[in-house]
Design a binder for this molecule. Sequence first.
Ligand code: UDX
Length: 454
Amino acid sequence: MSLRISVIGTGYLGATHAACMAELGFEVLGLDVDQAKIDSLSRGELPFHEPGLPELLLKHIASGRLRFTTSYEEVGAWADVHFIGVGTPQKAGDNAADLTYVDAATLSLARNITKDALIVGKSTVPVGTARRLQQLVIKNKNDGVDVGFAWNPEFLREGFAVLDTLTPDRLVVGVENAEAEAVLREVYATALAANTPFISTDFETAELVKVAANAFLATKISFINAFSEVTEAVGGDIGTLADAIGHDTRIGRRFLNAGVGFGGGCLPKDIRALQARVSELGLERTMRFLSEVDEINLRRRDRVVFLAEDMLGELAGKKIAVLGVAFKPDSDDVRDSPALDVAARLFNAGADVNVYDPQANANAAQRFPRLNYVGSIANAAHDADLVILLTEWAEFKSLSPTDLDGMVRGKRFIDGRNVLAMGVWQDAGWDITALGHKHLDHQHSGLTRPPING
Ligand code: UDX
């Protein structure tokens, strides 16, 4: 008989995992403590934008393979494998990961599992958590029931969550015995049949793989953005530099796009939590470079605000069109979004800010309601003194000067993602600059770069 799977936590990770497990042919029960979430998921409604996921959800609610509940008793009596996909948000103060939800989910499972089962952690956690949670399970599980424990980090990207779950680059499992590994091989049989690398290791390595991957990606972005600071000072073309080093297969071109930097629910929080964890281990110096990675990333936002001031003289009373507030294209997520941060800072400096994002306006308005959210590029650009592109949505990448010429009050443009052909805009009479490029046309302050913090 096919394995029955429960997924604890129905946020981004959990909802995707549950729907994809149903797509692979398993019967799945998704659990969340939030009744409203369970009600809307049961109706096939997702609280976030993710291509392909609504279709999978509806398909498997209809097929009967996917159901949702708030009852630990129900999942504990029913499932053979319990995936934990609850959030591990950043704690205020020390930036460490808040493990309240992971701990609560593990404890509730342990107490309610009444048939032999395997608990598999998927949330991103500080190294050492899996071993501690395993002890929690051993201490709290019911007598006579065999409850195994494993760790299986998740590498999905927003916008590609379904694809990444159904056809992952690699599978990493932290296990302590052959039984647990066999169960996970059965869960991932479809990917294994397609020769997906399957890395079976200990708990600590499995936990660390996840944070190492995110720390590396963040470092790669800040590396190219640090070179942006140099090309902004001396001239040069950051895109060509990235292409040229990217041809070296040891380096690779991906994640070398210079711009306003990384955001989202994972990279910023994960590099901070990793530093907090290694400091706890007495290894303060080891991950200190990640503070630089974080700072370089945040300085990109300063640079955009500086350029806006430089181009406009002062921000107070000026009308600025911001194109994009999502942390990346094809997402409605504004968590730690560089774009929304910049828009808010321009507003706080007195500018009148019009924002247009194809998907993220509503989420941004919840976090920062005082900006003018509008429904099109044209509405954002109407009478603007300056247009700033901050998220590289396809409809912004294909913009040409003629799309905006008659609308704006001043032909000024900042390309915060390095996606437009600057020459074309300059030829059409625009004062355009991009991150990573020397700003030649500074009309007011005459400065060529913002003060570098620290
Ligand atoms: C990331 C990891 O890629 C994924 O493996 C992990 O599971 C979760 O975190 P995600 O947050 O969805 O995924 O976004 P990602 O596509 O990695 O982009 C992160 C940020 O980096 C975005 O703000 C993006 O705009 C920025 N970025 C990315 C750049 O600034 N330059 C680049 O070259 C690439």
